[in-house]
Ligand binder design. Sequence first.
Ligand SMILES: Cc1cc2nc3c(=O)[nH]c(=O)nc-3n(C[C@H](O)[C@H](O)[C@H](O)COP(=O)(O)OP(=O)(O)OC[C@H]3O[C@@H](n4cnc5c(N)ncnc54)[C@H](O)[C@@H]3O)c2cc1C
Length: 419
Amino acid sequence: MKYDCIVIGGGASGVMAALSVRRHFPEYKILILEKEYQLLRKVLASGNGRCNLSNRNIKADNYFSLQAGKSSKQKFLQTAFNIFSYPDTVEFFCNLGIPLRLDQSDRAYPYSEQASSVVLTLTQALITAKIDVLLQAKVSSIKSADGFLSLAAEPCITVKQKQHFTYLTSAETYQCKKLIVACGSKAAENLGGTDSGYQLLAEYAAISELRPGLVPLNLLMDQKAKILVGQRFKGSAKLIDNNTLLAETSGEFLFVENGLSGIAAMELARFLPQADQANQNIIVELDFAPDYQLSEIEELLFNRQKILDKQKEDCSAVGIVKAKISDYLVQRAGSINNLTKLMKSTSFKVNGSKGFPAAQITAGGVCLSQIRMPSLALKSQPNIYLCGELIDIDGKTGGFNLQWAWTSGFIAGQLHDSI
Ligand SMILES: Cc1cc2nc3c(=O)[nH]c(=O)nc-3n(C[C@H](O)[C@H](O)[C@H](O)COP(=O)(O)OP(=O)(O)OC[C@H]3O[C@@H](n4cnc5c(N)ncnc54)[C@H](O)[C@@H]3O)c2cc1C
């Protein structure tokens, strides 16, 4: 079966790429091959079902690359965002009948605040654009011969509810002139995450180290620390490897069973060295009251003591932190002086992260040096274009990752000749 363009992967970037191909090449025969029983599974789960699909502050500084240096990463992203950025996303979704709504942190959501409305609308857009979609079709190889790219696809066996599309029942070969690889990353296997894209491209491009990103940290928590499980706080944290500062963050944290979650904690994970590189001395240092200096905390705790019954030797930090966090800190401190210090700096040993299954994204991917800009074509294979999380670009929380999917999908779909 021959197509002008095939897209491997029906996630955010793949769907955008297919729609972009249709916009730029109205006559093209286009096919999306998707291994899952449904398109856009991560979009459906995004933003806790509300779909934080972009952010008003799209700029290169809000993104990272594991392998590329800072200036190459900035140049790569600036080129991309000059082509398609936040205003284009607003226009794109408005044209589909989905106005966006900003929250106080400039995160953009569909006005309905329902991820399902985004999935339904994009699905309808594919049907209207006459883009063929084949579900449960896993591509297992890409070969180049006689000016065509030839893809081997195998059926996946998990038949669940199907959308409006057909699904693959037996192994098939598909050919195309132009191929867009939009296989995403290995984060969140339960939502379709896989390392399949890296494998498909291994013979065409160098892939960087891969790390789980936006994922809770594992902490070594003793019995006394169990009281913290379920407690949320707003604070700041430093990730430190043997006295070297790896990263710092601030915002919302949540203690979980043997771990630290919450948006701010999850942003630290991508900075954890791989197990074999770590010297096993990584700690996270928490500041429960970043708006106050040590001396101010001292005074606050002293004032508190004055109004309480001194006989009980009450030393507690309730009023600044939640009662259970205060109880833990008091136990650990033993004295009011130590309590003051712990309010500003309580350390836990970090034992890696909750890993790829729990991660929202993967840091690392196809190295930027392997990709032509502004086409997003592979340098080694100019008829293969890449988009989405497969590329060694990852964003902070707040809609930056989905914006990268829309931006890179749109660009790949332009199918610029880039030799
Ligand atoms: C729980 C969760 C919540 C998130 N929330 C947000 C959020 O609120 N805001 C935000 O910006 N980002 C969020 N993200 C991240 C965001 O969803 C991803 O960055 C984005 O979906 C990546 O798009 P993609 O197209 O690159 O990959 P994906 O969406 O993963 O799509 C890749 C597709 O390719 C398919 N595929 C892979 N290999 C093959 C193959 N060999 N053959 C056929 N098909 C294949 C996969 O099944 C998948 O459907 C969240 C992620 C998760 C897991």
